[in-house]
Every structure is written in structure tokens, then in C-alpha cells.
Design a protein around this ligand. Structure first.
Ligand code: SF4
Ligand code: SF4
Length: 389
């Protein structure tokens, strides 16, 4: 276990491919990822391609970072596979659309690298799991020796932050992710499950966590927020330690539940002051006014923790609601809801989505996967008042 593995932090604020290539090359050299490290190993890159979004939306790993990484890996004689299971259905047509829209298909073609269309999954036992003892994992990841966790640094409605740990939820095939949400409706249990998943891969494979934090997403992440310049590229053998740096950059220090779960398991140092940092000084990169997701207040503020979990906690959690003027009635949210609690209704001469809140577990998959940003998250009025006290 590489609990004390260093995190390399480099400052960069543009998607300049040449500069990013130089940085990734230097980080790999510093952390010991040379030709000998990769020799005879099956290398799989797991980007964050949560849905069909153009790179400028900052919801997905930027293709320029992928292209730079492929150049550096090519110098080391590595020909990786790129594999992902985005939100929603997991089939060839969906993968083609996501790879194309996210700018990944063009990069893979230019570098002559294989994009995975394998939609099979494998059961992987994890007897040490605290919440889950066996995971169903997409085959390329299950068969990899080295997994490059090429994630994006973003806010996240359910987990507060998405980066190296949360990116691994995308190794669960397709709509099985919705089943996981339904099985673990409480955000603490969900966080423990994600921590198990990341821990399993961390213990069974070589992980290289690379975080695209050049431009991240604030507010209603992981897909409906606003791009925000952060200005950093992170690399580490320890995804948990990398996320401690991530939460510090966003001003979320010690408040991201999945990172705290990792700390409680001894998977990384307890605090940014104990992380071995290499490269540039992170202090000038830390953001003081990074916008949290609307849902974060309930979960992260100890004075409001009474409202945050369990059956009653769900009642107080912010609710998803379709905005009639924006909703196109496409039905994506209906198909994405693990609780089957959204329906399309006829209103003002058009179809719009309507959420029946009684069964809603506040997983926010509907907001995450709405292609039109039509789901807004409405705070409970009691929470609004309590948060001002
Ligand atoms: S809320 Fe979004 S996903 Fe749902 S029907 Fe409307 S546009 Fe489609
Ligand atoms: S309505 Fe949205 S937030 Fe509620 S359970 Fe369904 S997908 Fe999750």
C-alpha cells in the first residue's frame, strides 16, 4: 500500500498540449513511471466521460490532456486501451456518441490507440470491502495491470466533489450504477461503497491518478455546473491522497465525505499537511470562493447534520425539479432514475418531466444525466432558514 505516496502538483492554466505534455513527462519521470515500470503490463486509461458533453463544458476529461498523456506513454512504449462506462445505457451506440462528443474519438484515432467497446463485465471479489464484497466491473478494467485514473476535478451534488476516487464509479457497467444508487440511498453508505470500489482497485492494480484540474466545474456538478479555472495538473500513485489535494484546491478541506472515509480507513494521510507534495506550491492555486453544489450544505455542515441522512434526512435534502421552459421531454431522466419516480406529463401542449418526490432518494442522477440542464435542485425552506442561523 502506497499510503504515503507523493502527489505531484503542477501549475498550468491553459489547455496547451505542448506544455501539458512537458508537465506529464516530468511528473512521470519524478514518480518513477519509466519504460521498466510499464514493461509487459496491460495499461487501461479510465477517463471521466460521464455523458455526451463537449470539452468546453468542463464535465469530462479534456481531450488535450488525454492526447498529451498518450504522447508520453508512447515514449515509454505503451499502447493503452481507453475504457469507460458512462451514465445510462452501456452499448456500442452510446459509447460511440460519448467518445465522439467528448473529443476522445479524434484523439484516439490520431494516436492509433484503441477505444474499448467491450460491454461485458466481470465479478471481482473484494473480501476486505466494508460495504460491498464483490463488484461487477467492466472487463477492460478488471483485466488491466495498470489503470490510469484520468479524472476531472468537479463539484458533485451527491458526493460534494468528484475526482480520482469518484471517477471509479464509471467502472460499474451502465445502468447497474442506478442500482447501486438505489441500494445505497444514504450518501454516507454510497460514499463507503465508492471507497470500497476504489480501495479494491488500489489494492489489486497499479493506479496512476492524474487529475485534470486545469479547468474544473463548480456549482451544480458533475455535469450542470459552471466551468471554473483551477489551474493545476495532479499525479499520484495514491488516488486518495490526490483527492486530499483536490479538496484543498477547492477550499473543501476535510469536508468531502468519500475522502474522509478514505482517511478513516488509513488509505492516505489524514490531512494536507501530511501529504508529500512535489512540484509547485499549491497555496496560490487554492480557491477561496469555489461554489459548492446546492446539496452540499446539508451534508458538510455539522450544525445541519441532523438533516442530512436517513429517511427524515432525505425529506430535508434539496429536491430535483424539472424546469418546464427548459425541459424538452426527452425522457433521459425517466430512464436514469433508479427509483422510477419521474414521469413525462403533458403540460402547456408539450411533454415535460415531473418528479414524484415520495420515492426520490436524492441521488441526483436525473440532474447529472439531463442533456439540457433542465433539472434544478431546490433547497428545502427549513434548511434555507437553518443555514442562515
Ligand atoms: S428534465 Fe431533462 S432529461 Fe428529463 S425529460 Fe426534461 S430535458 Fe429530458
Ligand atoms: S428523481 Fe432524480 S434524484 Fe430522485 S431518485 Fe430519481 S434520479 Fe435520483
Amino acid at each position: 500500500m502506497k499510503t504515503n505516496a507523493p502527489v505531484s502538483v503542477r501549475s498550468i492554466d491553459t489547455y496547451d498540449e505542448q506544455k501539458i505534455t512537458e508537465i506529464l513527462r516530468e511528473q512521470m519521470n519524478t514518480l518513477g513511471y519509466d519504460n521498466a515500470f510499464f514493461e509487459k503490463k496491460k495499461v487501461v486509461i479510465k477517463p471521466n466521460l460521464v455523458m455526451k458533453k463537449a470539452p468546453d463544458a468542463a464535465a469530462t476529461t479534456h481531450p488535450v490532456v488525454l492526447s498529451a498523456l498518450l504522447t508520453v506513454l508512447g515514449e515509454r512504449g505503451v499502447s493503452p486501451i481507453i475504457a469507460e462506462s458512462p451514465g445510462g445505457l452501456f452499448n456500442r451506440q452510446r459509447l460511440e456518441g460519448v467518445y465522439r462528443m467528448c473529443g476522445i474519438a479524434e484523439v484516439a484515432e490520431r494516436h492509433h490507440v484503441e477505444l474499448s467497446y467491450d460491454t461485458e463485465a466481470v465479478f471481482v471479489p473484494f473480501p476486505n470491502g466494508k460495504t460491498v464484497k464483490t463488484f461487477h466491473v467492466i472487463r477492460p478494467i478488471a483485466e488491466a495491470d495498470v489503470v490510469i485514473d484520468l479524472c476531472k476535478l468537479k463539484s458533485h451534488g451527491l458526493t460534494k466533489m468528484s475526482a480520482a476516487i469518484k471517477n471509479f464509479f464509471g467502472v460499474i457497467p451502465g445502468v447497474e450504477k442506478f442500482e447501486m444508487h438505489a441500494t445505497f440511498p444514504d450518501y454516507k453508505d454510497f460514499g463507503s461503497m465508492i471507497c470500497d470500489l476504489c480501495q479494491m482497485l488500489y489494492e489489486q492494480k497499479e493506479i496512476i491518478a492524474i487529475t485534470d484540474a486545469i479547468i474544473g466545474m463548480e456549482g451544480d456538478g458533475p455535469t450542470a455546473g459552471t466551468p471554473r479555472k483551477i489551474g493545476a495538473l495532479l499525479m499520484s500513485a495514491n488516488p486518495f491522497a490526490s483527492d486530499i489535494v483536490g479538496e484543498t484546491l477547492l477550499g473543501f478541506e476535510n469536508t468531502v465525505p468519500i475522502v474522509r472515509e478514505a482517511v478513516s480507513r488509513g488509505l492516505c494521510p489524514a490531512d494536507i499537511s501530511d501529504v508529500t507534495l512535489l512540484g509547485d506550491d499549491i497555496r496560490p492555486l487554492c480557491i477561496s470562493d469555489f461554489k459548492e453544489p446546492e446539496t452540499a450544505e446539508n451534508r458538510a455542515t455539522s450544525t445541519l447534520s441532523f438533516f442530512s441522512s436517513g429517511k427524515w434526512g432525505r425529506f430535508f435534502m434539496p429536491r430535483p425539479k424539472a424546469v418546464p421552459d427548459i425541459c424538452k421531454g426527452c425522457g433521459e431522466c425517466v430512464a436514469s432514475c433508479p427509483q422510477h419516480t419521474i414521469e413525462l406529463i403533458q403540460k402547456h401542449g408539450k411533454k415535460i418531466a415531473k418528479v414524484r418526490h415520495a420515492n426520490c432518494i436524492r441521488c441526483y442522477c436525473c440532474q447529472e444525466l439531463c442533456p439540457f440542464g433542465a433539472i434544478e435542485i431546490k433547497k428545502n425552506f427549513i434548511i434555507k432558514i437553518a443555514s442562515r442561523l
